[in-house]
Write a protein that binds this ligand. Sequence first.
Ligand code: ADP
Ligand code: MG
Ligand code: MG
Length: 898
Amino acid sequence: MPKYVYSLSEGRLDLKDLLGGKGVNLAEMHHLGMPVPPSFTVTTEACNAYLAQGREPDELAQQFDEHVAALEAEFGKKLGDPEDPLLVSVRSGAKFSMPGMMETVLNIGLNDQSVQGLAKVTDKPRFAYDSYRRLLAMFGKTVLDIDGDAFEHVLDEKKHAKGTANDLDLDVEDLADIVGQFKKIIETESGAPFPQDPKQQLRDAMLAVFRSWNSERAVLYRRRERIPADLGTAVNVCAMVFGNLGMESGSGVAFTRDPATGAVGVYGDYLQNAQGEDVVAGIRNTLSLDDLSEIDKPAYDELIDIMERLESHYRDLCDIEFTVENEKLWMLQTRVGKRTAEAAFIIAVQLLDEGVIDEKEALARVTGDQLVALMFPHFDEKADREQIGKGMNASPGAATGQIAFDSQTAVELAAKGTPVILVRRETTPDDLSGMIAAEGVLTSRGGKTSHAAVVARGMGKTCVCGAEDLDIDVKRGVMRLRDGRTLRAGEIVSIDGTSGDVFLGEVAVVAPPVVRYFEGELDQDGIEADTLVHAVHRIMQIADRSARLDVRTNADTAEDAARARRFGAIGIGLCRTEHMFLGDRRAYVERLILAESTQERQSALDALMPLQKGDYLEIFEAMDGLPVTVRLLDPPLHEFLANLTDMSVRVALAEKEGGVSESDEKILAAIERLHEQNPMLGLRGVRLGLTIEGLYTMQTRAILEAVAERRQAGGDAKAEIMVPLVGAVQELEIMKEAILGVVHEVSEATGVDLSDVLIGTMIELPRAALTAGEIAEAAEFFSFGTNDLTQTTWGFSRDDVEASFFTDYLERGIFGVSPFESLDQGGVGRLVKIATKEGRESRPGLHVGVCGEHGGDPASVHFFHDAGLDYVSCSPFRVPVARLEAARAAVGAADETR
Ligand code: ADP
Ligand code: MG
Ligand code: MG
């Protein structure tokens, strides 16, 4: 017979799947001898059976009744006894703490009779009616789905009529009247009177908890957090203890360390004569734990002792909920507590120093995402600043700029180098160009899943959304503030995507200390002086000792290369060469494209060669001694020409005036000739190298001459030449032969041995991945271009799909996170695994890396570690994150903490 109900003494931490987090932690406290009210837990299996069959499983009712009877026996009171009732709470509790699950119902077992019994035995009629009105509101709201405002409203009216804001000023008559009104609301709204039978109250509440597993909020939350939908929730039934019995009673929450700063020492809030969530609901000003020590020293001492024991038992910061009933302490909940990024690092190092955890565990206690949060620029807190609004902290960062109410203005201003904040009521896919151009995005509507939020996060752009205090009138081009002032386009605002704050005017930004540390701007004393920096430093030292994956960077300039090196990169995994064809050099590219003879083409290439060589010299110098992987030109050539429409208009206008220049006509013809329907799938990558004779060999020559020159000057340049977008080994073979020819020539000419220069390829097409065994016969290394590999595997054009339907896909749970942000492990990842395995089978020891931005994404880094890659490569700012996550993967830490 399935066991659906567990008593406290049967609970164990490893039954978390079955009993939920709250249930096992209650049992754990019970085993530790801490004062937990008698309780039992209904399993997640019962929940799943109920949801599957639409009714309670047969065995549940009997087991449930037996456990209620056991509670009654333990207390010596009967549920709902009219003279002296036992009351209980019904609490949801899934494996992971999940906002969106059903809220707790307290004081079950009260009805019109037992409320009088309770008043009599306690001799506290006010308390009895206070408890009853709470039951009615909670039951109405959570079990019967009645809008909670209806109850709030009655309560507010009553307080208003008494001329008070304090619930303690309501006397027993007031509360009895409220009870009457609440019962009426329930009857009108639900169509039936409040159930007077305590057994029915209990059962209804339990079933409501089961059903809440599939509430809209819960489903949404699970999708986002990638919590499996089939876990189900447990239900905890706990005998009530009362914090609302008078001033000798109260309810509190506490942390064993400060969850905001990580500071050592307990931290908490306490509220006298209060029940349940009162203490966190802001109904009255709370007291601190220090105050509790004065009010009730014995209860305080016991609480502190328990907190110490919990911390050493769980070996981590714990948060707890407790109640004092007539000077007796009761523990109602504990769990390993959530904390800020700063606190996470500080606490991990504290616990390490205290000998509570080892280095491996310290790595598991922090995440790359937390490190990212510590690296975003901050607004200077000491600066003069005026806050004008607050919204959702949708995408972190600090941005300042002129208000632009539409995308076109944003684009125009940004083109002139003016920083802008795109300010919209809400954004749509049409706003993409403006979002890209803007420093940050501010909206007055929408939450963390709004278009603005999702797209801004995807782009790493600062965003505050749903700032409701701000009345944004795009049509009139004004933003009205709460106090009636208005701001117009062009005025300056600053938005803090980490806190959601909006400020008037410019607020100074500062590089956070963690970035200054990575930049090497702090000396050892400076590191020691700042608790957070010291903690990050310690963790990074451990990380670098523990990681197996190397971390390289994607950098195309000496400046980026140097920064990445300071941030801990041990080479360049992707040096793009496109920018070496831009700016003034476009003229040469035009000549290259328009060349009508081999000679003309060669002269254009000859002109580009020394310029590129100069760029490489700088990069090799910045990365001296470390490998630099240079990717030969990848994008379609027409990207370097004028835009088709612009040029057509220009030529048409000139024709009217009768004076079209020959070169303009030629360029227009070339643009038309090179125009592609799907440039992403067109003439680019190695196809370009094979088509434009001399292009890749020119680039190769520039690279190799730079290597030779650096070496002759006593430097240690290490180059790897990477051919993009290969789909068939033949493409690479032809290119490789040409490249080897140049290697030979440059070695001969300079007398420098270049035989160590590797020639490899990107794997960024499904066909390349599936024929990796063949390709590896020619390729001396592989680098996965996971961005293109994602595009070609899914058939997505990133620029087109992200803005148009990704929000919808995310909301419908087609994927929990964009496959461009975090590697699609089942699809694209499978190709990565196949290619790595088959590549190494044909070329043992093949060096394999990743150069897509996935290399800086925590979950993806774990995947690449497991897949046996040699390195990941990411943008300079992501290097520390990748170093940390590479180490976390190596010690088997989960790719996220929940
Ligand atoms: P959540 O999952 O939101 O934390 P809880 O089940 O912990 O919800 O309950 C909400 C509040 O009710 C908490 O403050 C808790 O301490 C209190 N509470 C729950 N059960 C009891 C009980 N048996 N006696 C007294 N207070 C309780
Ligand atoms: Mg709780
Ligand atoms: Mg690519």
